[in-house]
Design a protein. Structure first.
Length: 255
């Protein structure tokens, strides 16, 4: 009987290793995908029997977590992917682009603001009393991008004087909804997740900022099979439909 239990246990471990069923996955992600992970995680759990625990934050905070904590899957931008492959933190060849996310403007519902050109962007910065941004000091590449572009438009000091910094795109949206800022900049999926605000469009012209959402297996993952299965799930029709419903652009598998 004891020998039989050993055999059963060995077979169960082999099945788990081969299929990635019954695993607990730790996923470290950039903040722009937080709204889709809220829906994708339970869908994946229901479909596979695996458990998903995810952490979404700024690029800098996510990079720190990847390099300092045990995890299985990273959801990152392309520049981060290249750096992490070089450092050996993610498995080479495992990186898969599954969505695109653009940065945009948002205002409190009922507010009128048009920002379809660089001139209008400059005017919006000059006319605002306060502007909500994700804090570059917390590792936000978008926050840095906005400040750099404001400098090019000659309104960098105006932006810095009026800027209110927040921990992520969701908190930027919440600040706009509360009236703490006249407008804010964040990734559109995060802004769309907040009630009582309106996304008025992407950053105009040369200021446009689109990030490729890339999933990769962490080298320290204890379950590569389950990690690979999660990445494959992100390309499934069901996952892609959820991704697009949250304001991100999907991708065609293999494309």
């Amino acid at each position: 009987m004891h020998a039989l239990m050993i055999v059963i246990g060995t077979l169960a471990l082999a099945l788990h290793a081969a299929t990635g069923i019954g695993a607990e996955l730790r996923i470290f992600a950039v903040g722009s995908v937080a709204p889709i992970l809220r829906e994708l995680a339970p869908e994946f759990e229901h479909a596979t029997g695996n458990k998903v625990v995810y952490f979404a934050s700024t690029s800098g905070a996510t990079l720190k977590r990847i390099r300092g904590e045990p995890g299985d899957v990273a959801i990152i931008s392309t520049p981060m992917q290249q750096a992490l492959e070089q450092s050996g933190d993610i498995v080479k060849g495992s990186a898969t682009v599954f969505a695109k996310s653009s940065a945009g403007f948002a205002v409190r519902k009922g507010t009128t603001l048009e920002v379809k050109s660089l001139d209008q962007l400059r005017s919006a910065i000059l006319g605002a009393g306060s502007i909500a941004l994700v804090d570059p000091e917390r590792g936000s590449t978008l926050g840095t991008r906005v400040q750099t572009f404001a400098d090019k438009l000659g309104v960098g000091e105006d932006l810095r004087r009026k800027a209110k910094f927040y921990s992520g795109g969701l908190t930027v949206g919440e600040a706009i909804a509360k009236g703490e800022a006249d407008f804010g900049v964040g990734f559109i999926p995060e802004l769309m997740a907040i009630a009582n605000i309106e996304v008025i469009g992407p950053l105009p012209g040369e200021a446009d900022y689109t990030s490729l959402a890339t999933a990769a297996i962490l080298s320290a993952s204890k379950d590569a099979a389950a990690s690979r299965r999660f990445i494959e799930f992100l390309l499934s029709p069901k996952a892609q439909a959820i991704i697009q419903s949250k304001g991100m652009q999907g991708v065609k598998p293999g494309g």
